[in-house]
Design a protein around this ligand. Structure first.
Ligand SMILES: *Cc1c(COP(=O)(O)O)cnc(C)c1O
Length: 365
């Protein structure tokens, strides 16, 4: 692997750490962050680790006006042997560049980004919580920074990585959630930005999420933007169904985000010889399967929750309950296996875990 040179500027004052047994998702941030700049003609430059701090941006910075931004989300886990494991992090860097490409943001060197990520984790290693179910959430992102009020691709960008110790996603074990099918608003359309992890997609999703919450549902089921018939995603997760012994997930159709958890679940099912297919699935088909007594399980997949079982759907004024609102056997098995691989307590036949090597306490100040 290439040796990269990253300057490290340690914080003069370490922050008070939150209690690791009572962490709220995404509210606490570590002592340092990684930062690198892009200038047209010069490329990406000055990779550095600096104390966690606010950014100073020109009010005309293009990010505020035209929304050129992409992000990633992954986690680092502390094992029982005090090793630090990442889960398929190269996939996140690969996807970051796919998102960059869609948003006309210059691609980053994936190896450098991964190296930077490991260096940052090493510097803030004592922020990785050691309580059961906790982890260190990693948020790499890119924003356009050129001050210019004209619709065009920016000539300047910042690539930043921040870290956040997060609590167990499920405080009382995994419990199925209730999902409202969204008929009016759509998340993404083919040809749009649905396949990119870009801020605008999430801004566009809030209205439907707000409506679902008002009626007592925790997430939205997104249908395709053209016919309003075919299932795309659930909230900001990919979705799976188990129907009559077969596992189904919508095929990647140009508007669905290609989840790394989604891919891992498909790989795992193939490894277990559980029939799995990626194809178009209509909401009608799911309701029909329920009517026929064949809808066995449904769950969402994503880095934050890993597996989120679905206990109820509401669509077209009809409510259906799945597996009596209880977590399905296969959902639980997938959850246990994936989280086991992530934490290093289960065998990893796929080589998905990547170790962050321990560093000698570097005296760089
Ligand atoms: C991030 C994301 C997912 C899940 O991706 P993972 O790589 O599994 O975390 C699914 N859908 C959307 C819209 C997302 O933003």
């Amino acid at each position: 692997m290439t040796e990269f040179k990253i300057e490290i500027n340690h914080t003069p004052e370490k922050k008070q750490k939150p209690a690791f047994d009572n962490l709220v998702f995404g509210k606490n941030f570590t002592d340092h962050m990684f930062e690198m700049d892009y200038t047209a003609g010069r490329g990406w430059h000055d990779p550095r680790i600096v104390p966690y701090q606010p950014l100073s941006l020109d009010p005309a910075a293009m990010i505020f006006h035209y929304g050129q931004s992409v992000f990633e989300g992954l986690k680092a886990y502390l094992t029982h042997d005090n090793e630090v494991l990442l889960f398929r992090p190269e996939k996140n860097m690969e996807r970051l560049n796919k998102s960059n490409s869609r948003l006309c943001i210059p691609e980053v060197d994936e190896e450098l980004a991964l190296y930077a990520l490991k260096e940052l984790i090493s510097v803030d290693r004592d922020w990785i919580p050691n309580v059961e179910g906790t982890s260190l959430y990693i948020r790499p992102f890119v924003i356009s920074t050129e001050p210019y009020l004209g619709v065009a691709a920016s000539n300047k960008y910042k690539f930043i990585i921040i870290l956040s110790p997060v609590g167990a996603y499920y405080k009382e074990g995994i419990n199925p959630v209730k999902i409202a099918v969204q008929n009016e608003y759509v998340r993404a359309v083919k040809g749009g930005t649905g396949t990119a992890k870009t801020g605008g997609n999430y801004a566009a999703s809030l209205k439907a999420q707000e409506l679902a919450s008002l009626t007592g549902y925790s997430q939205v089921l997104w249908l395709d933007g053209k016919e309003n018939k075919y299932i795309e995603e659930v909230g900001s997760m990919n979705i799976f169904f188990k129907i009559n012994g077969e596992v189904l997930t919508p095929e990647l159709n140009g508007s669905i985000l290609e989840g790394i958890t989604r891919n891992s679940v498909v790989e795992l099912l193939k490894y277990w010889n559980v029939p799995v297919s990626e194809r178009r699935i209509s909401i009608e088909e799911v309701y029909q399967a329920h009517a026929d007594g064949q809808l066995e399980e449904a769950f969402g997949t994503g880095t934050a929750a890993v597996i989120s079982p679905i206990g109820e759907f509401f669509w077209d004024n009809k409510k259906i309950e799945i597996n009596n609102g209880i977590t399905g056997e296969l959902s639980k098995k997938i959850y246990d296996t994936l989280t086991g691989i992530q934490k290093g307590t289960a065998p990893d036949p796929f080589g998905w875990s990547v170790k962050v090597e321990k560093k000698e306490a570097a005296g760089v100040q």
